[in-house]
Design a protein around this ligand. Sequence first.
Ligand SMILES: CCCCCCC/C=C/C(=O)SCCNC(=O)CCNC(=O)[C@H](O)C(C)(C)COP(=O)(O)OP(=O)(O)OC[C@H]1O[C@@H](n2cnc3c(N)ncnc32)[C@H](O)[C@@H]1OP(=O)(O)O
Length: 720
Amino acid sequence: MVDYRVEDQFAILEINNPPVNALSLHVREGLLNGVLRASADNNVKAIILIGKGKTFPSGADIKEFSRPGKAPWLPEVGHTIESSNKPVFSALHGTALGGGLEIALFSHYRIAEKTAKVGFPEVHLGLLPGAEGTIRLPRLTGLVIAMEMITSGRQVSAKEALKFGIVDKVVEGNLLKETKAFAKSVLGQPLEPRKLSLCGVKDADQVDKYYEAALKELLKKYRGVIAPVSCLKSIRGSAQLPYKEAAELERTLFSELMSGAQSAALRYSFFAERAASRWNLPNGASSANSKPLTIKSAAVIGAGTMGSGIAICLIRSGIPVILVEQNEKMLENALRNIGYILQGSVKLGRMTVDQRSDCLRILQGAASIEKLKDVDIVIEAVYENLKLKQEIFEKLDKICKPTALLCSNTSTLDIDLIASVTSKPDRVAGTHFFAPAYIMKLLENIYGSKTSPITVATIMDLGKKIGKISVLSKTCDGFIANRMNKIGTEAAFLVEEGALPHDIDQVLEDFGMPMGVFKVSDLSGIDIGWSIRQEMAKKQGITLTLETHYVSGERYSSLADRLYNLGRLGLKTGKGWYRYNNASNSRKPIIDPDVTDMILNHCEKLRIKRRQISPQEIIERCLYATVNEGFKILEEGVAEKPEDIDIVWQYGFSFPRYRGGPMFYASQVGLKKVYERICYYHESFPYSKHWLPSDLLKKLVSHPNEVPINLWMNYTNSKL
Ligand SMILES: CCCCCCC/C=C/C(=O)SCCNC(=O)CCNC(=O)[C@H](O)C(C)(C)COP(=O)(O)OP(=O)(O)OC[C@H]1O[C@@H](n2cnc3c(N)ncnc32)[C@H](O)[C@@H]1OP(=O)(O)O
């Protein structure tokens, strides 16, 4: 794992642990032994640490964090490097991250290849750089840069690293050769001044001021997240304490984080995200054995908010788009809006003026779908109506080339029904973007019973190319995301039973959701949910009234319909579940006593006796109902694995990453407890079928070893 050779009196320790040269046990052993061997060899003048393949070590081996570890630990390896009697040079390329950068900071010199990046991403794993990174970096960069880099996890370029004093030289060309040349230029110089454990922090006297300012920012930016604050405390220690004591404090804080629930969830999320990009179909096809087609051109049908957003995603990635809209005025507006949105990106520094022009150059509008005969993929994004979509797909089937993929941005409709009107159902799939499509990272891809592996591979690959996190779902009503989301339904029932909208929003926000469910509803528009409910009622031949309390034997809340009838459509009308001060253009929700009166009135009419509802009940009702549906989704194979579900929730609904996702959260609470509460709520609310306990969950609780889906248990100490 660490190849040792001597060349021109340099001991070269080449770290060879693909794919990212993580510092697993054997690498640590190899480094330790290699440095000791080179230090004892009279023929060796200097030691060079370098990574084989695409990178210098990108960190400790995260997989080892979930198992009892083994010495030598990274700090021990590091101190062996620093105390060597020969100068040690770290030659950085690729991504020198976390423990990798710490190894480099124990070295006496650091040379970076021009394209290298360095950083401490531990905070994203709920950790801090625990091999003295928080003590050493401030000694090189000063406190402010160290605080920013460590609490944000930001990777900095070689050029920036040079400016910050993290590396001594940036080189181009052959890294090893350049490192040797640099080494020769400094050989013979004393090593003591190069040992960071012997240096002080330059601006240590300012530490309290910097700490307070940074803390204030962090508490605002990362509400409820522990690791950034621990990072900051450890950096403060680096300035206030002697080196050894600071290192001890760092170790204590690191251990606290490592054994906590947030780090377990964040480490799980790291692997879950990568697992979600791998997929298996019931017919044996998989991401490992299916090759995607190359998409060189695309069309988007429907120039509404979703269609325009999807077009932006594609042109930003260099894929030419024809945006189709029958209504010319709408098309014109959409093209203008896309220009404005990209202008906004330029203002925010996310793209250059030239990049914006390049995007707009590859976007064209069209008033009819006749122009789509040559495109590689069509994404339909018209409004959610099966008949309309079927009409479009029937036409596309005749117009488009036989190899073109025909995709729908439907958020609920059965892909098989859409595909059934075409002659090539194997080429039909769902590509469900989340609003606003050019911002939200999730792409929920859906396969039907006839969708081919090539089609699946292509849409999954396309998602990656346009910077999305793609997750695959089998077709069903609502797919993974919308089918599973029971928060809105339960929240409305909780309001009928005794809570108020702002109580529920507060509890959900305290849990870590960026915005409560009623605020979200106001933002997206009360009329959206209303139309969906009306459509559903029409399909079932039912008329909904303001007194409707059951639909087809299922409990129903008409509270939102009352808001609709009052013209309270949310933020856009200045009134919804909350009130808004439209005069000052404020989006800040204000609690409205009229809404409370409306709720109390509604309850009186329906003779509902209101009661006190605890925050615990709000969390359980909103989340466990969702988790129960998640298990049904797994049972039916709609989602292949719990990781897919959790990634959908993180990227589609902004579920706090430090809680892992609903499925992981349930595993941390303990599945047995969750199951028992689901059974209790099922008894209490027999007219809500989402409380009918999932068979899979029941099996998992009673026979955990017989159920092959408890993958995510690997990442944590589950309280099954
Ligand atoms: C007393 C004890 C004290 C101990 C103190 C220890 C202190 C040190 C802590 C750390 O170093 S924590 C780790 C810090 N590093 C990271 O967080 C980096 C994580 N990795 C990445 O950000 C990216 O992987 C990358 C390095 C930028 C490369 O990205 P790329 O897109 O090229 O590849 P990926 O698909 O992300 O990864 C490929 C493959 O490698 C696996 N992997 C990546 N990093 C690690 C790692 N640090 N440990 C283990 N495995 C890692 C990743 O899961 C992928 O695997 P597969 O999905 O292909 O199986």
